[in-house]
Design a protein around this ligand. Structure first.
Ligand code: S3P
Length: 179
């Protein structure tokens, strides 16, 4: 195992409501690493909600904020990063992550994503309004090829946070051993 194969950071990608934040927090606890949820960090720094940023400035402005935050955090060590589900629509951000980055896709079905999003209380501008399931299906269709860039894929429907977190930690050891 050469030092440059060591994993310094994990990025959890996946559709809205796939559990990036809850699972990410648990993984960070297991590893004793830091955890950063991009939506929360953007809201904290701008003192605005994601909902307001989308409504007042548009999606493009939000994507720019995600890109800036990524550039700042890309080299952070011993950290679990959970960007929002649309972060992957700028795939150059993922490609620019340095060596030592382990990317995990939490794969969720559109049906389950919409159900969880409805129950969560978090406003998701891109699923709001008429036909959220149709919107989720179409967004997922466009994004799936991008999520596939991940090193590890985990199906999250019907799995507990703890199970998923344990599996991610295990995938890390496999990756450390040289995949
Ligand atoms: C988005 C996902 C959201 C949030 C914003 C846009 C998306 O984050 O960043 O509403 O484009 O998929 P979650 O994946 O945490 O819901």
């Amino acid at each position: 195992m050469s030092p440059d194969r060591d994993i310094e950071r994990i990025v959890l990608i996946g559709f809205m409501a796939s559990g990036k934040s809850t699972v990410g927090r648990q993984v960070a606890t297991l590893l004793d690493w830091d955890f950063i949820d991009f939506d929360e960090e953007i809201e904290r720094r701008t003192a605005r909600t994601v909902r307001d940023i989308f409504a007042q400035d548009g999606e493009r402005a939000f994507r720019d904020l995600e890109a800036r935050l990524t550039a700042e955090l890309a080299a952070a060590q011993h950290v679990v990063l959970a960007p929002g589900g649309g972060w992957i629509t700028q795939p150059e951000l993922l490609r620019a992550m340095p060596d030592g980055t382990h990317v995990v896709w939490l794969r969720i079905s559109p049906e389950r994503a919409v159900e969880r999003a409805r129950l969560s209380g978090t406003h998701r501008p891109l699923l709001a309004g008429e036909d959220p399931l149709g919107k989720a299906v179409r967004l997922l269709e466009r994004r799936e090829p991008l999520y596939r860039m991940a090193d590890t894929v985990l199906d999250v429907d019907d799995r507990s946070v703890r199970e998923l977190a344990d599996e991610i930690v295990r995938s890390l050891s496999r990756s450390r051993a040289g995949r």
